[in-house]
Design a protein around this ligand. Sequence first.
Ligand SMILES: [Zn+2]
Length: 137
Amino acid sequence: MPNSEDHANRWLQLLASQRLPGAETFRTHVAAGRISSLCTCGCHGFGFSVPADARLDRLTTGSGLYCEIAFASNAEEEINVLLFADERGYFCEAKITLGSNVEPMPDTIIATATDGIWPSHSVVPGTDISLESANEK
Ligand SMILES: [Zn+2]
């Protein structure tokens, strides 16, 4: 079950709808860039590229992990998502795996609930996750 742009786009839409740290900024990155590569290891990971001339708020203070998210799913195991930012602090990669990633991601996978969101320590200060959560309740 190969990875596809359809899968990647579905994940991208789901991620953009989450209460990520700096969610508004993340959405501007998603709108400005495009999926640039698809991982072929059997996971649903993908690379993302924001154009070099884009002038956007940054997600993180440097390159590396931006945020980790876990979803409950219709499979036995949790879906684990790692989001990465490039040296500009712009979203650049998603790693999306099922449980321990020993088996390929099933095509029929559906994320049923958000189990948790963990910002990395390099998230730009001032992006307040709790504010957004409060507003949506
Ligand atoms: Zn992969």
